[in-house]
Each structure stands twice: as structure tokens, then as C-alpha cells.
Design a protein around this ligand. Structure first.
Ligand code: SF4
Length: 328
């Protein structure tokens, strides 16, 4: 496993002839995984909207006028009921997301309770709650959390075009706090926000230089939600070419061969053929269920049909339970 990728090297991978890139991605994928298995996660927004941050793509920011209604933190019983449905539909991991800059004390304790109950259902638990202190990371670990999601969003240079209310270093600090507790990391970014290929290579380099690599790497295709700056400003007008998105998946697979590369936001707008090329490029994880926080997602039935056409199977829990006991 390599942790010393330079941006130049990664940009050179992006520039490979498409068939060569796909071949390299398949080699890396098959050396580390069953290439016909896809890990299924279900994501539930437990506290929607009203976030003070200014991420320009996010309809949950209170700074933008979007259709997203702010909601209070969901009750634990509702969250557990949703986790049960997700498990029945085949999800091995249940992720909960709250639109916070960082968790506040009372709500944080409630979320820790939810996580403990999800773990009792023998599912993997993942959360995305904003920035964490070392103490909060410790408490989540004690509650049984397996994964913490905190994305880098973009290349460090381009990042400031997208978010001004938290720094790149603050993101890295949260990831460090999560790692210090031995939890797994879910960390990726968003492409199609007007960044250059060099910036996309820079984002992948940031992820691929982490040692160990993030266990899950969500690659999101920007969804332009009406009312957010990315949908309104000229700077973000250009739509990313589908092949460039597939290349980003392939390059992530090659540079982080043991990670679950997740085809994330934007999947609802992708054709079956586009999704298939993403799987061929090494994506082996999807969000499964109706909604991806507040934007749409492919519904579970469509996914099952596509899996049947492609001969794909849901992956059993990707972390063996014995390892979970030791490291999680
Ligand atoms: S991406 Fe997260 S932190 Fe940024 S505005 Fe949306 S909910 Fe808030």
C-alpha cells in the first residue's frame, strides 16, 4: 500500500487512455475485493437544515433559500425503526447525519444513545455530525460507533471557493481525533464544483496520503440544488463530463486499493450504464435507500434490478465482527 502519492502522479493517472485506466482500476479492485460485491449503506438525516455553515453546495445551510425545511432532532424510536427497515432491505451499515457545525452536549448524548441501539441490532454504525473534539470522538467510540464521516470536499487550494466558515485544517483535526480513537474513517469529496482536473487530483492525493487510507471514500457528483450558490453562480455553471467522474472513481480505486470507494450523491441522475462504468472503475459501495440527506437517491428497487442485470451482490458486513470488537 502506498501513502506517498504526489499530485503529479495522480494527474498522470487521470490522463491515461480510458481503457488503460479502467484496466488498472480493475486490477487494483480484484486484488483486494470480490469485484462483484457492493457494500450497501443506508443514510438517514436525523437533524435536517438550519446549519450555520456556508458550504456552497448544501441546501441545509441556513444561509441559502432552498426548499429544505429545518427539523428538530428525530426521536430515537424513529431512528431505530428506520435502521430496522434498512437492515431488512439488506443494508449492512446505517449512517446517521445531522446538519451541525459541531454537536452540542444534550443532543450529542441523545445521538450516542441512538448509536448504542443501532449496534445492538448488529449493524455497522456510521455518523456525520460535524466537527468533533477529542472527547466527543472518545464518547462516540464508547457508544460503539464504527465509522465517522467527515469529507474533505475538495483540494486544499480550491476549498476556499466553497466554504469559508471552517478551515481545511479543522477538518483534518476532526479526522485525527476520530483516528486517535481507533474508529474507521469515511472521507471523500465532491467533484463538479468548477474545480480543475489538477484540483481533483489534489483531493485524491490528500485522501491517498492518509496512513491508513480512509476505509470508505465517498465520491460525490455535485447535485445543484436550487437556491444554493453552486446552482446560481456562473463560476459553477459548467457540468462535469461523466467520463471525468468515472476517471475520478478509477483513480481513487488505484491509489486507495483497499478502501470502499462509494458512488454517492448524484447517483439518482446517473443512467444504469453510467453507474455500471463506475462499478467497473472500482466503486464498490453505494448509499441505498430513498434519500441522501436531503437530495434524492435511486430507490432500493431500481438498485436491486440493476444488481440483477450486472450480477452484483450485496457485500456482507465489510469488517469481520472479530475485528470490529478489537478496533471499533
Ligand atoms: S455540508 Fe454539513 S456543515 Fe456544510 S452547510 Fe451542509 S450540513 Fe452544514
Amino acid at each position: 500500500m502506498r501513502y506517498d502519492w504526489s499530485v503529479d502522479e495522480i494527474e498522470a493517472l487521470f490522463a491515461l487512455p480510458f481503457n488503460d485506466l479502467m484496466f488498472r482500476a480493475q486490477q487494483a479492485h480484484r486484488a483486494n475485493f470480490d469485484a462483484n460485491e457492493v457494500q450497501l449503506s443506508t443514510l438517514l438525516s436525523i437533524k435536517t437544515g438550519g446549519c450555520p455553515e456556508d458550504c456552497k453546495y448544501c441546501p441545509q445551510s441556513s444561509r441559502y433559500n432552498t426548499d429544505v425545511e429545518s427539523e428538530l432532532l428525530m426521536k430515537k424510536a424513529q431512528v431505530i425503526a428506520a435502521a430496522r427497515v434498512a437492515k431488512e432491505k439488506g443494508a449492512s451499515r446505517f449512517c446517521i447525519g445531522a446538519a451541525w457545525r459541531e454537536p452540542k452536549a444534550r443532543a450529542f448524548d441523545l445521538v450516542c444513545d441512538m448509536i448504542s441501539e443501532i449496534k445492538e441490532m448488529d449493524m455497522e454504525a456510521c455518523a456525520t455530525l460535524g466537527m468533533l473534539t477529542p472527547d466527543q470522538a472518545h464518547k462516540l467510540k464508547e457508544a460503539g460507533l464504527d465509522y465517522y464521516n467527515h469529507n474533505l470536499d475538495s483540494d486544499p487550494d480550491y476549498y476556499k471557493e466553497i466554504i469559508s466558515t471552517r478551515t481545511y485544517d479543522e477538518r483534518l483535526d476532526t479526522l485525527k481525533n476520530v483516528r486517535a480513537e481507533g474508529m474507521s474513517i469515511c472521507c471523500g469529496g465532491i467533484v463538479g464544483m468548477g474545480e480543475s482536473r489538477r484540483h481533483r487530483a489534489g483531493l485524491v492525493a490528500q485522501l491517498a496520503r492518509m496512513n491508513p487510507h480512509p476505509e470508505s471514500v465517498p465520491i460525490n457528483m455535485l447535485v445543484k440544488v436550487e437556491g444554493t450558490p453552486v446552482a446560481e453562480d456562473e463560476q459553477f455553471a459548467e457540468t462535469l463530463d461523466n467520463f471525468e467522474f468515472i476517471r475520478t472513481i478509477a483513480v481513487s480505486r488505484i491509489t486507495m486499493p483497499g478502501s470502499h470507494v462509494r458512488l454517492s450523491a448524484g447517483r439518482e441522475e446517473m443512467s444504469e450504464e453510467m453507474q455500471s462504468l463506475c462499478f467497473l472503475a472500482g466503486a464498490n459501495s453505494i448509499f441505498y435507500g430513498e434519500k441522501l440527506l436531503t437530495t434524492g437517491n435511486q430507490d432500493a428497487e431500481n438498485d436491486q434490478k440493476l444488481f440483477a442485470k450486472l450480477g452484483l451482490r450485496p457485500m456482507e458486513s465489510p469488517v469481520p465482527s472479530s475485528r470490529r470488537m478489537v478496533n471499533a
